[in-house]
Design a protein around this ligand. Structure first.
Ligand code: NAP
Length: 243
């Protein structure tokens, strides 16, 4: 079975691609800027005796996403598992948020997931099988000062997940979301030390999460045996958002 992971060159996407490969999936690795990192990942994946190819596309642009889907189909076949992982932050307080920073984040984190889901769903419907896993965030559940754009995109992806889950439940396709908390990647590396410390105070487990811990949860939803689980949001956050 073939899995596509968007934004797989680094961080959480990279860990997801490796976890899927370890579980015998062929992997289409999407990247935008980091070609060398994507190639290195692909070489690592091929050593696990599964197929892997890299595909450059800015998935926030529908035409580029569509071209990539065509290329994947031609060289690797139909996609059974889609992981919408590509994401960016452009933080700022509401009053200072520039419209272009609002739009860039919505385009990358939410619109790209819509484009890729729409592009994947026809073949999944025909096959009467599919697994769609969307990477949301805890801030899509509880909000965050300074991240109105990012929180809106991550809340939006939960709505998208549940609607797709309802529309395609009868086609053997599940759609679920993961809401990671504070995970050790380039995205969180840029935070100031005092910000990191104040986040850590609110994590019951008492530490930052690892990309591999998010990847485990993705693999759970990607499994053929998870057929009766759809429209769910699983927080991988060290207990940060438990109620
Ligand atoms: P990261 O280390 O900054 O990696 C982001 C990845 O997304 C890169 O591989 C990048 O590819 C790719 N990407 C960005 N824009 C893209 C585009 N337009 N088209 C294709 N690929 C694109 O971030 P991360 O922490 O792994 O984040 C992965 C996902 O987890 C994101 O959706 C993020 O919002 C979510 N998340 C992260 C955390 C956290 O604490 N780290 C928490 C909650 C949710 P290139 O480098 O090739 O451009």
């Amino acid at each position: 079975m073939l899995a596509l992971v968007t934004g797989a060159s680094k961080g959480i996407g990279r860990a997801i691609a490796l976890e899927l490969a370890r579980n015998n999936f062929d992997v289409a690795v999407n990247y935008n800027h980091s070609m060398e990192a994507a190639e290195a990942l692909c070489n690592e994946i091929r050593q696990l005796n599964v197929k892997c190819e890299i595909f450059r596309a800015d998935v926030s642009i529908q035409e580029e996403a569509a071209k990539m889907f065509g290329e994947i189909k031609a060289s690797m076949g139909n996609i059974s598992v889609l992981v919408n992982n590509a994401g960016i932050t452009k933080d700022g307080l509401l009053l200072r948020m520039k419209p272009e920073n609002w739009l860039a984040v919505i385009n990358t984190n939410l619109n790209a997931a819509f484009y890729c889901t729409q592009l994947a769903i026809k073949d999944m419907s025909k096959a009467r099988y599919g697994r769609i896993i969307n990477i949301s965030s805890v801030v899509g559940l509880i909000g965050n000062a300074g991240q109105c754009n990012y929180s809106a995109s991550k809340a939006g992806i939960i709505g998208l997940t549940k609607s797709v889950a309802r529309e395609y439940a009868g086609y053997g396709i599940t759609a679920n979301a993961i809401a990671p908390g504070f995970i050790d990647t380039g995205m969180t590396d840029i935070l100031k030390q005092e910000v990191k410390e104040s986040i850590l105070k609110n994590i019951p487990v008492g530490r930052i999460g690892k990309p591999e811990e998010v990847a485990r949860a993705v693999m759970f939803f990607a499994d053929e045996k998870s057929a009766y689980i759809t429209g769910q949001v699983l927080a991988v956050d060290g207990g940060m958002t438990m109620v």
